[in-house]
Design a protein around this ligand. Structure first.
Ligand code: TXA
Ligand code: MG
Length: 346
């Protein structure tokens, strides 16, 4: 008998999407395997959402805690209706405006969604990704695909097929290479409040609270920017882990002053220190990496830049704090966790 725990793939293939490659991926998924897929946010590690053994392989490949639930990816509203018990009218309005796209909504789950997929919760998170190849793949599979970000648990999310390969080589058979992800940060995760008439943002993304508030009263969960207390029960289990971290020690630097930033970084000039800056700041003597001057650019580049600090052998990186409004909230939320909340205000 095959011992499933011992099955590893000596070689992980990276293939550009074509009809043949999507067929191959669908066959693997139908057999209960895990395939990395491109989406407009970050790459996902996908398996048949209705197959608990297949989803267990996702947790194993990532080294992810079993209580952290997976998002299921659908290609049409029938898949939503098949997977969840109740759909508030507000959810349909949001789906109409934001799907296919980077909005994940949480619903009470039907029994067809196994507990393995939902991390033991009686709810399930659902989104329709904005990537034609992945939508076609979901259609070919005929079932939703459960997919967390395709990084090792705790590492920065992957925004290229090469990032996925760096983390998953030998752990999965196939990576579909759809190029660089457009957004660069994961989807906005929301749940419904007030009997389905209100919105609570659990994880910010490029679909902002401001955009959602045009449709309903919208609040942002306090754990988006705060460190949850040790034993606190959080609504979104992903909020409680240190996350998105490269090997380099990350600290956030909050300042309005280019001069103070340069002075601080120069005082840390020991060869292992890097500055992650907006770009164009003057007088800095330590090596720097720019992650962009607008929130959109910063969202697009953040994870790639965090991975870059490791490639460069940085021991520590000081990252200039993004704006805390609009898309900047998504960047700030990821950065807080990458830095395990360490912040210096200058
Ligand atoms: O953009 C994305 O959302 C990417 C791509 C691949 O779609 N996926 C992604 O998945 O970021 P993951 O597993 O890395 O993050 C999912 C987040 C976690 O913080 C998890 O705790 C939360 O969503 N989540 C999932 N299901 C939930 C549920 N039923 N209730 C509360 N939070 C949930
Ligand atoms: Mg993730």
């Amino acid at each position: 008998m095959i011992n499933r725990d011992k099955v590893t793939f000596l070689k992980t293939e990276i293939k550009k999407p074509s009809y043949e490659v999507l067929c191959e991926a669908a066959e693997l998924i139908k057999k209960g395997e895990v395939v990395a897929i491109p989406t407009e946010t970050v790459y996902g590690l996908a398996a048949d959402a209705y197959n608990p053994e297949a989803c267990e392989k996702i947790f194993k490949a990532k080294g992810r805690p079993q209580d952290n639930p997976l998002i299921i990816h659908i290609c049409d509203l029938d898949m939503l209706k098949n997977s969840v018990k109740e759909i508030p009218p507000l959810a349909l309005t949001l789906a109409e405006h934001f799907w296919s796209g980077s909005l994940t909504m949480i619903f009470p789950k039907k029994d067809i969604v196994p507990d393995t997929t939902s991390g033991g919760l009686d709810t399930v998170a659902v989104r329709m990704p904005d990537n034609e190849d992945t939508l076609n793949l979901i259609k070919m599979c005929g079932v939703p695909l459960a997919a967390p970000s395709a990084n090792l648990s705790g590492s920065p999310s992957p925004t290229t097929a090469q990032h996925v390969y760096a983390d998953m080589n030998g752990r999965i058979p196939l990576i579909i290479d759809g190029g660089e992800c457009k957004n660069g940060v994961e989807s906005t995760v929301i749940c419904f409040t007030d009997g389905g008439t209100g919105i609570k943002v659990l994880r910010p993304g490029v679909i902002t609270a401001e955009m959602l508030s045009r449709f309903a009263k919208t609040e942002t969960d306090k754990n988006v920017f705060a460190k949850p207390d040790e034993n606190e029960k959080v609504i979104s289990p992903g909020a409680k882990y240190k996350h998105y971290s490269p090997r380099a020690d990350i600290t956030i630097i909050e300042t309005d002053s280019d001069g103070k930033l340069a002075e601080f970084l120069n005082s840390k000039n020991d060869g292992g220190t890097y500055g992650v800056i907006f770009g164009g700041e003057k007088g800095i003597e330590v090596p720097t990496i720019s992650y962009g001057s607008t929130a959109q650019e910063q969202a697009h580049n953040l994870f790639a830049v965090l991975r870059k600090t490791d490639e460069l052998g940085a021991k520590r990186a000081y990252v200039r704090c993004p704006e805390k409004t609009g898309v900047g909230t998504a960047v700030y939320n990821r950065l807080l966790r990458a830095a395990a909340f360490k912040t210096i205000i200058l």
